[in-house]
Design a protein around this ligand. Structure first.
Ligand SMILES: [Zn+2]
Length: 245
């Protein structure tokens, strides 16, 4: 068993003498918000982030030991929406291939438009304008949409538009539009939709078309990312660390 594994690793090393992703050539950016008592969850979420300390300090044996237990609903904080979120046949997080999580990424910035209209939705024209400047988005790409909403974190009312617990009927924030999502997912073949707001559908949505368009192609979403860390318009890789399904 271990011999076979070693053989596979050696084969990979020999077939890829020049590994294209050399981290020394990149500036690494953390696009996550921390999990803590301020983490923003969907208003209908029955609970929030809970951290319980199990141990912290010196043990009777004389060494230091720290451990916690934590509990969190899936949809809050910087998180991954596996395709099964909106498709019975969609992949759960363990089944999403790494090629869909570690891939070249493009950043589309609509923060000026979102600043003028907090329910702004990415349009086909926005995508085409981006492609006019940076080239047609290639299949296998991760799309990150920046709306500027990270600056409102962790003010839930400013971020979601309404922070009434148990009621998601009056939310208000920007995101992808359905037609733009169809272009990106169905025609361009992108592998993940990222966003710096709470959802890949805009706040007022009650039928979540973008989630359904993406899930139908087994494309996941990444919500509540910290968009302030991403600076390049193109030419970078995104590594999405999936932590829920
Ligand atoms: Zn989610």
């Amino acid at each position: 068993m271990s011999k076979n594994l070693l053989a596979c690793i050696a084969l990979l090393a020999f077939t890829h003498p020049a590994w294209p992703l050399d981290l020394a050539d990149y500036t690494l950016a953390d696009l996550t918000h921390p999990y803590n008592k301020d983490t923003i969850y969907w208003p209908t979420s029955p609970s929030k982030f809970e951290l319980k300390k199990l141990a912290y300090g010196e043990t009777p044996g004389g060494w230091f030991y720290s451990a916690n237990t934590l509990c969190t609903p899936e949809h809050g904080g910087t998180h991954f929406d596996a395709p099964i979120h909106f498709s019975a046949d969609g992949s759960a997080v363990h089944a999403v291939s790494l090629e869909r999580l570690i891939a070249p990424a493009v950043l589309i910035d609509v923060s000026a438009k979102a600043n003028a209209d907090r329910n702004y939705r990415l349009t086909i024209e926005d995508v085409r304008a981006f492609e006019g400047r940076h080239g047609v988005i290639a299949a296998g790409t991760i799309v990150l949409l920046r709306t500027g909403w990270s600056e409102r974190w962790p003010d839930a009312r400013a971020y979601l538009g309404d922070d009434t617990r148990g009621d998601a009927a009056r939310l208000s924030f920007p995101s992808y539009g359905a037609d733009a999502a169809r272009l990106l997912v169905d025609e361009r073949g992108v592998v993940l939709l990222g966003i710096d707001t709470a959802s890949i559908d805009y706040g007022p949505s009650q039928d979540f078309p973008v989630h359904r368009i993406a899930a139908a192609r087994d494309v996941g979403g990444a919500g509540e990312s910290d968009g302030t860390g991403a600076t390049a318009a193109d030419g970078f890789h995104d590594i999405c660390v999936a932590d829920d399904d």
